[in-house]
Design a protein around this ligand. Structure first.
Ligand SMILES: [Zn+2]
Length: 120
C-alpha cells in the first residue's frame, strides 16, 4: 500500500526582493509567517503500519526550519533569492539526502498563495 504523509512546519522571517522595481511592495523589507508542508510518499511497512514515524520527519526538517525562523532570508547561505520558489528548493536539497522518500515541499507565504516543489 502506497501512501503520502504530510507534516506541517511554521517559521517567521523577513525578506526583500531586491530585483523587483522600487515601486513594487515586495521590494521593501517585510516579513511573512511561512507555512511549510513536507510530504513523503512510499510503501507502508505491514509490521508497523507506518510509512515512517512522524518523529523521523520532524528530526530531519526541524533543524532547517530553525535556521530560517526569525532570520532575514536574504542572509541565508545558499539561498540566492529569498522567494518561496528558492526556499522550497533550499529545503528540498537539504532534506532529501536525510529523507529519501521526500516527495514534495509546499510553502505558503500568505493564506492565498503557495509554491509546490518536487525536485527538478
Ligand atoms: Zn514577501
Amino acid at each position: 500500500m502506497i501512501v503520502t504523509l504530510t507534516q506541517q512546519f511554521n517559521f517567521d522571517a523577513s525578506h526583500r526582493l531586491d530585483h523587483l522595481p522600487s515601486h513594487h511592495p515586495c521590494h521593501n523589507l517585510h516579513g511573512h509567517g511561512y507555512v511549510v508542508f513536507v510530504e513523503v510518499t512510499g510503501e507502508v511497512d505491514p509490521k508497523t503500519g507506518f510509512l515512517i514515524d512522524y518523529r523521523e520527519i520532524y528530526d530531519a526538517v526541524k533543524p532547517l526550519i530553525d535556521q530560517l525562523d526569525h532570520h532575514h532570508l536574504n542572509d541565508i547561505e545558499g539561498l540566492p533569492i529569498a522567494s518561496t520558489e528558492y526556499i522550497a528548493r533550499w529545503l528540498w536539497e537539504r532534506i532529501k539526502p536525510k529523507l529519501p522518500i521526500l516527495s514534495k515541499i509546499t510553502i505558503s507565504e500568505t493564506p492565498l498563495t503557495r509554491c509546490e516543489y518536487r525536485g527538478e
